[in-house]
Design a protein around this ligand. Sequence first.
Ligand code: NAD
Length: 324
Amino acid sequence: MASYRRPRIELGSKGPNKLSKSELRYDNQTVVVTGAGGGLGKAYALFFASRGANVVVNDVGRSFQDEKGGDKAADIVVGEIKAIGGKAVANYDSVENGEKIIETAIANFGRIDVLLNNAGILRDISFKNMKDQDWDSVINVHLRGSYKCARAAWPHFKKQKYGRIINTTSAAGLFGSFGQCNYSAAKLALVGFTQTIAKEGVKYNILCNAIGPVAASRMTETVWPPEMLANISPDWVVPLVAVLVHSSNSETGSIFEVGGGHMAKLRWERAKGLILKPDDTYTPGAILQQWSKISDFSEPEHPNGIADMMEKLKEAMALDSNDT
Ligand code: NAD
């Protein structure tokens, strides 16, 4: 593993945080981090514990390719947290049994405030060679696992009128990626999941956002060169997540890419578009004649809900009724 260029803020065990007085804290809160035996999850776990939270360190203890050797990963992270005076407990259930992970939080700390859906695996293979098992295992860990954990946390969040969820998407999901159709499908599905539960949760002060991280980890160490890995420590993803799950945050239903010090919000963009009267002039040829309007982004709109699409339908219907 490459040695990382560390962020300016001190995370974890190296003495008092230089910015701790002005920085956000999570005292008396419980943070559940799935897949926290290494990579991004471990960075989150160490950070939130260092900022006063009780942490459930969940991990099945395998590498992303099912290799053995990470059996005690969650215990090791818990040990590191305890060594700095933090509070944490290990959990080895799969995220597909999310209720057991949330039960661990309630049994040990009496509450859950923050859920970081982070666990993940890869089963990269070209579409033509993909087997059902490659598809199912990736969908089950990323999508079903995030659903199961959030579903189990939801009643607690609703009762206490407080909850914060981060789902982990990916550039592979947002843009597609060769050899990763299972992973891409799961990761973009998590965007839809995020945006819907954000809409449902807002009245209970349950906020949910998605991040598409870039970080050096077991998942990426064979993909990127060492000089790149050295500049994308998982620690560089943590501060944005810390902001999004803090009680002071009001952002919800949003997607962010984050890594190596870069962070930016992403959104849908709609082209100017074309409205044709639905009569017998509405033909494929009529569409082709005005194709450039369909993809003309010179006057973009940024739809944020189904209502924004209904506006377009109303415009189309008005065109129809004006002529009758
Ligand atoms: P990682 O392999 O270091 O961490 C993933 C962890 O999830 C592992 O420790 C693994 O044991 C655990 N895990 C796997 N299946 C599990 C299950 N069923 N239940 C509980 N834990 C399970 O990789 P990472 O890069 O830290 O990935 C973290 C998340 O970020 C993943 O969701 C990944 O898809 C996403 N992501 C990472 C990058 C990146 O650049 N590292 C890019 C985009 C998305």
